[in-house]
Design a protein around this ligand. Structure first.
Ligand code: HEM
Length: 456
């Protein structure tokens, strides 16, 4: 069939479309362009790179074919490599260490491991509840960040941030937020400009050092404890070898992995939980169903067990629908192995295609009433109707999220504990204000929380 031409909004000479992208909200801009192009694909010129942005589910289905496309590590991910190096998330296809680490760490993400982490997940969820029990107004994304950071560090590394003991977010988080934001800025900055901004460069390097110092402390504490039988993430990385090649991970790579897990293991789940609470407040009938489920499964002050959490039905569907409407990671990239076409549009070897999740997850071709928060889309009998490529909150294929079950287990538990213990309301009627630090979160979202009386 005929080769179709890809819509390409006009840019400027040399810099192309780069400077049209707003520094603080790149995704809002990319989504607006998606809405303006019914083709479900468009091309931008980013400093000479011709990048495709795709949101049509049929085109995305082709991009998810791993025989034709592989994960791309371009800006901004290649910039994040300044601090996460060859860790799992930012490893390039040509780095064998990805396979070594992937195979070494897979056992830490099995169902059995989730069950083993459960007591620690519960301990952190109870720390959140203890804080909310003596609070009136809470900052949701901040407290969810405390919860998810403490959970990944305790379960993965047996390291305690004790974030709920402190009114300020941990310095690690502040450095991380700034470094991710700087990586996002640099993505649409001329390299020359990045070089000239000396003060930003110094602050960026200082933030990276702060994060690496913490990681070194995590590893030092474990080595000092001298245990070799721990099967958590750090235990596996220090002790295990790749079953396929026999390779062990280098100290440098372990450092990159720990930092990767500290970031990837909390930043997104915290966004998911914040968006989920937002959706519940906007949809009181769904909130009522969630309360009914919690009251049935966890009556009074029943302590949640792993088994109960796995039996929940409404809460997991709230999470799935939240990940559709508000994906904390708004995009991922793939590259073509060879010259090809996608839906008749030409794609060059090595060219990057960015899958834009918000417009994909709301694409009218794939979803009825796409803007509506409807958890019944996720009933078993309705799943079969879904377009196979219209829901990718955890990415695709072998480079999809390794922490998916971890995130969902942790989020189910946290939501169950919150609803079991608290009546929530938002008298200020918060209006969604996305903050992007590469990932998305509702900025300044506060809730009023009040402990529920028994059998109220
Ligand atoms: C990869 C989303 C939670 C660790 C990814 C990718 C996505 C994603 C979209 C693929 C990125 C790409 O293709 O470039 C999410 C979401 C989460 C979540 C939405 C929460 C709701 C977690 C957690 C962990 C984790 C809890 C760790 C405990 C990772 C790692 C990778 C990854 C290590 C890289 C995998 C690889 O390439 O081998 N995640 N993630 N994520 N995620 Fe998650």
């Amino acid at each position: 069939s005929a080769v179709r031409s890809i819509p390409a909004p006009q840019g400027l000479p040399f810099v192309g479309n780069t400077l049209q992208i707003p520094a603080h909200a790149p995704n809002a801009f990319l989504e607006k362009l998606a809405a303006e192009h019914d083709e479900g694909i468009y091309q931008l010129d980013l400093l000479g790179r011709k990048v495709l942005f795709v949101s049509d589910p049929d085109l995305v289905a082709e991009l998810c074919d791993e025989t034709r496309f592989y994960k791309g590590v371009d800006p901004p991910l290649s910039i994040v490599r300044d601090f996460s190096g060859d860790g799992l998330f930012t490893a390039r296809r040509d780095e064998p260490v990805w396979g070594h680490a992937h195979r070494i760490l897979m056992p830490a993400f099995s169902q059995r491991s989730m069950k083993a982490y459960f007591p620690q997940m519960l301990e952190v969820a109870e720390a959140l509840a203890a804080k909310w029990a003596v609070s009136d107004e809470v900052n949701v994304p901040d407290d969810m960040t405390r919860l998810t950071l403490d959970t990944i560090s305790l379960t993965g590394f047996d390291y305690r941030f004790d974030s709920f003991d402190s009114p300020e977010l941990h310095p690690f988080l502040q450095s991380m937020g700034r470094a991710l934001t700087e990586a996002m800025f640099r993505n649409r900055q001329l390299p020359l400009v990045t070089k000239l901004k000396k003060r930003q460069e110094e602050a960026y390097r200082a933030d990276i050092l702060t994060m690496q110092d913490l990681v070194d402390d995590v590893i030092r504490q474990r080595r000092a404890a001298g245990r070799s039988d721990t099967k958590d993430l750090l235990g596996l990385m220090l002790e295990a070898s790749d079953p396929q090649s026999g390779e062990r991970l280098s100290d440098e790579n372990i450092r990159n992995q720990v930092l990767t897990f500290l970031i990837a293991g909390h930043e997104t789940t915290s966004g998911l939980l914040s968006f989920a609470l937002y959706n519940l407040l906007r949809n009181p009938h769904v909130l009522a169903r969630a309360y009914a489920e919690v009251d049935r499964m966890l009556p009074g002050d029943t302590v949640p067990t792993y088994e109960t959490i796995m039996k929940l039905d409404v809460i997991p569907r709230i999470l799935e629908e939240t990940l559709r409407i508000w994906s904390p990671i708004p995009a991922f990239s793939v590259k073509a192995f060879a010259d090809t076409t996608v839906g008749g549009y030409p794609v060059r070897e090595g060219q990057t295609a960015v899958v834009l999740l918000p417009p994909l997850h709301r694409h009218p071709k794939a979803w009825d009433r796409p803007e509506e928060f409807d958890i019944d889309r996720w009933l078993p009998e309705n799943r079969a109707d879904h377009h196979p490529a219209a829901y990718k909150p955890f990415g695709n294929g072998e480079r999809a999220c390794i922490g998916r079950q971890f995130a969902l287990t942790e989020a189910r538990l946290a939501l169950a504990v919150v609803l079991q213990r608290f009546a929530i309301s938002d008298p200020e009627a918060y209006r969604m204000q996305i903050k992007q630090t590469l990932t998305l979160k509702p900025d300044g979202f506060t809730l009023r929380v009040r402990e529920r009386k028994p059998y109220e």
